[in-house]
Design a protein around this ligand. Structure first.
Ligand code: SF4
Ligand code: SF4
Length: 85
């Protein structure tokens, strides 16, 4: 199991998100079901923006809603939910 206490976990760790601030244009946001989650850390590892922290909180200011985290989650614990504007 991956140690989520490590400060740097993601493969890609852009300073402020490679896509810049995404809050105004993101179409979907990831929502983690902590009942299903086994804390493996794969979502944080594969997030290209490096915006999932050690507590599995997603920084929605920089998350671009790509869904890679949901796709990689072995427990299917992440749902991509359409943004309501
Ligand atoms: S949808 Fe998931 S993988 Fe994509 S940027 Fe947001 S947190 Fe990262
Ligand atoms: S990949 Fe899925 S099971 Fe693993 S830490 Fe992320 S949400 Fe939890």
């Amino acid at each position: 199991m991956i140690d989520l206490s490590k400060e740097r976990l993601a493969m890609s760790v852009p300073g402020e998100g490679a896509a810049g601030k995404t809050g105004s244009w993101r179409v979907f946001r990831p929502v983690v079901d902590r009942e299903k989650c086994n804390a493996c850390g794969l979502c944080a590892l594969y997030c290209p923006e490096g915006v999932i922290d050690a507590d599995l909180n997603v920084d929605l200011e920089y998350c671009k809603g790509c869904g890679i985290c949901a796709n990689e989650c072995p427990k299917k614990a992440i749902t991509m939910v359409r943004e309501v504007r």
